[in-house]
Ligand binder design. Structure first.
Ligand SMILES: Cc1cc2nc3c(=O)[nH]c(=O)nc-3n(C[C@H](O)[C@H](O)[C@H](O)COP(=O)(O)O)c2cc1C
Length: 332
């Protein structure tokens, strides 16, 4: 039944199909139809993880962008994920880039998006967090508005941090979306130190005890990753999320892929994100918790991320193509 729906949804453009799928999921959850649709799973002996004061009931979670405004917390949580990450949220709502801005490459189980942080803003998301009855681990991914200049950008992260701190089991600082011009400059040595210094001061002020992770790009050099790890340790953050989408294209990619601008995710990101995951796992020498993300679409790819050094794994594109049966394939 859920496969049939998934196939029907492929006839819509990717963005419409995404919001339709989530709306249908929400209705199905409200009407207690998960069993009927064959998407209610009962996972036994789950491989849980305790980190700081959080218990992740299993190691598979959703990555940011899937539920940007925290509209679908309950229905996604009920599918069996061990944790959810909502956002990216920016202080003010923004509409993002012109459509079309999401492109599906079904043959490769991959997507290119140039959404540009479209979201309904902090106030809307916080209201949803206040209402949520989800009892699993809920992370909030925070970012900066597109029209914020360099100085304002750091203030944007602090504004988001202050507003979500009370409700977020962890906070992910997103410096790696390729579709907000200048955002990835925050990976550079001086910029990252300045940002993390401000974040750590804010953390003290708020007495925020939960983990803070930094979400990084897969398109940096090894030196940059080494510097980032040093800063993350120096400012007492808890870990890294590796990785966001890539703007690089493989030489062997088809014209349609090389000619489409935006961040590439899914299977075509898998190897690249794994190389970065391994590099940062080696460099950080178990001082940091690492969340691996990029191209997971099977049990093997999930376990490979754990083997390469991550403690938790997230999915987005694989879930779009395979739907809830991917969760079953991984966790059962
Ligand atoms: C349509 C789309 C929107 C995304 N939006 C966000 C976002 O708002 N914030 C973020 O940190 N990552 C965002 N991502 C990146 C994903 O969270 C993830 O890091 C990346 O897609 C790699 O994982 P995957 O191959 O499983 O999709 C987005 C990805 C896609 C495909």
């Amino acid at each position: 039944m859920s496969d049939l729906l998934l196939n029907l949804l492929k006839f819509f453009n990717p963005e419409t199909s995404h919001s339709l799928s989530l709306s249908l999921l929400k209705i199905a959850h409200k009407l207690h139809l998960y069993s009927l649709l064959g998407i209610k799973f009962n996972f036994k002996n789950q491989d849980s993880l305790v980190f700081k004061n959080l218990t992740f009931k299993n190691r598979l979670g959703t990555s940011a962008g899937l539920d940007k405004n925290a509209d679908y917390i309950e229905c996604l949580g009920a599918l069996g994920f061990g944790f959810l990450e909502v956002g990216t949220v920016t202080p003010r709502p923004q509409i993002g880039n012109q459509r079309p801005r999401v492109f599906r490459f079904s043959k490769h189980n991959s997507v290119i998006n140039r959404l540009g942080f479209n979201n309904k803003g902090l106030e809307y998301l916080v209201n949803n967090l206040k209402r949520s009855k989800y009892d699993g681990v809920l992370g909030v991914n925070i970012g900066a508005n597109k029209d914020s200049d360099e100085e304002q950008r750091i203030k944007d992260y602090l504004t988001c941090f202050r507003a979500v701190a009370k409700y977020a089991d962890y906070i992910a600082i997103n410096i790696s979306s390729p579709n907000t011009p200048g955002l990835r400059d925050l990976h550079s040595n001086n910029n990252i130190a300045e940002l993390l210094n401000e974040i750590s001061l804010e953390r003290e002020k708020l007495n925020y005890k939960n983990p803070i992770f930094l979400k990084i790009s897969p398109d940096e050099d090894e030196n940059t990753y080494q510097n980032i790890i040093n800063s993350v340790i120096e400012y007492s953050l808890d870990g890294l999320i590796a990785t966001n989408t890539t703007i690089q294209r493989d030489q062997s990619s088809s014209r349609s892929i090389t000619d489409t601008q935006g961040g590439l995710s899914g299977r075509l990101l898998y190897d690249k994100s794994n190389i970065v995951l391994k590099q940062i796992a080696d460099h950080s020498k178990q001082n940091l918790l690492i969340i691996g993300v990029g191209g997971v679409d099977s049990r093997d790819s999930f376990y490979n991320k754990l083997k390469l050094g991550s403690s938790l794994v997230q999915v987005y594109t694989g879930f779009i193509f395979k739907g809830p049966k991917l969760i079953k394939a991984i966790l059962e």
